[in-house]
Design a protein around this ligand. Sequence first.
Ligand SMILES: Cc1cc2nc3c(=O)[nH]c(=O)nc-3n(C[C@H](O)[C@H](O)[C@H](O)COP(=O)(O)OP(=O)(O)OC[C@H]3O[C@@H](n4cnc5c(N)ncnc54)[C@H](O)[C@@H]3O)c2cc1C
Length: 491
Amino acid sequence: MGRLIRTRGLPATRFASQYRLNSGRAACSQLRTEETLSDGEGASSSGDGHSRFEVAIQKQGGLLKGILGYGNPMPVRGSRSSYSGVGQPRLQIEQARSFSAEANGEEQREVMEYDVVIVGGGPAGLGAAIRLKQLCQEKGRELSVCVVEKAPEVGAHILSGNVYEPRALTELFPDWKDQDAPIGVPVTDDKFWFLFEKRAVPLPSPFNNQGNYVISLSQLVRWLGAKAEELGVEVYPGFAASEVLYENNRVVGIATNDMGIAKDGSKKSNFQRGMELKGRLTLFGEGCRGSLSETIIKKYQLREQAQALHQTYALGIKEVWEIEESKHRPGYVLHTVGWPLDYKTYGGSFLYHMDNRQVAIGLVVALDYKNPYLSPYEEYQRFKQHPSIRPTLEGGKVIQYGARTLNEGGFQSIPKTAFPGGALLGDSAGFLNVPKIKGSHTALKSGMLAAEAAFQALGESEQPSMEAYWAALQQSWVWQELRSVRNIRPV
Ligand SMILES: Cc1cc2nc3c(=O)[nH]c(=O)nc-3n(C[C@H](O)[C@H](O)[C@H](O)COP(=O)(O)OP(=O)(O)OC[C@H]3O[C@@H](n4cnc5c(N)ncnc54)[C@H](O)[C@@H]3O)c2cc1C
């Protein structure tokens, strides 16, 4: 568990009034956060006389900041467990270091330390966090793990509507069916059409979605987030990791961004310095083209090290519609190629019937299109007017929409996933199976593999290495699966 042993923060009552929390919410914060505090040294009272309640409130205040948009009230220093394992003294007070910001006369950033810091609360990041804590339980060891997620809530930046392959989830939670996982609609029908402007020609489906489910990935990710918290992971939504921290050419954590900066760059009255979250290992599960992951790939030349090619991308536009009951066929899955895209443009559409009269519909357009006037958004609008698509949507309404990039390079573009001090997970490394348009199962599995390697390495060295993850990945079904489709759309 994360151990918060010192604070220089606000007394609880002042905090509550400053951040406009009502007492009920403050009490909830206390209850929820106290569960994550250890009973060991320093947990009951901080070194400077503040109570455990205050520490808990401050920490939760950080969480609320993201949700409520308030400044960061989290001036705490953490500690981390020793790599030497079970029952060893774990607490270690470290002085916050001097940073260049301080030298410039700016406020110093506060520091929290963990064994593992995970960036991104998607399937990959949460899979890693959960597996680490499961291993802690199995082996009787204590590791502090935190996840920072830039969305105001876990799952809020995940686009709903997904055909889900449960293989990795079954490995993580063999009894997920008994644990109320939000996976209830098996694929019942799997169609594949070639579209001309006025008609659709059915083709044999290459997808083989038997045994898969039509789900809301955002709900599944929320469920994973709750599971992670139950196991003792500290999950912080509302925090974007904006900077990688290095020491001696090794990644030692991340910093969150400063808050309350005006458009002209000046500090507003609610200015708050970001925080430094330091980890003996830092895992990056930021999704496709993660900003920090990309800097790391460049810095350590991870593509060159794996003799990988560059990455390529597509744009996926997706909407969730609520449609008329009579048209709803839970478990029905449709993919199309052809119109409205021309033969020089790679892409296709999908339409998945979820539960509650909802369908997820979208168009994926590879971003190497040749026609400079092509607009993926306009093509998507045209697609919905197709005579074989429009009738499903008529009488319905859009309830969610969004767009995201996807990795399209596939197997040939996978960089080395281990670097000094950490690793890349999921779409940050490019584990999307392009012809299937599926990456949530490979993302989850990669997180689990990284966790297993991290758990082992943290017990062996003060400066653990993630090389074993890179090796395990190449022996895993993720590698086999991506290798088997490597020539579908090579870079
Ligand atoms: C249109 C579309 C349709 C798809 N359909 C399917 C499908 O049917 N089946 C399937 O299996 N897969 C599908 N995928 C792919 C699937 O969504 C991804 O492969 C999967 O979500 C990858 O998981 P991840 O954890 O690596 O990244 P993500 O799911 O992208 O999660 C990354 C998380 O990290 C957070 N984050 C990013 N940067 C930071 C930062 N700096 N600080 C803090 N937080 C950060 C993000 O907010 C996000 O929550 C689809 C993708 C798209 C775009």
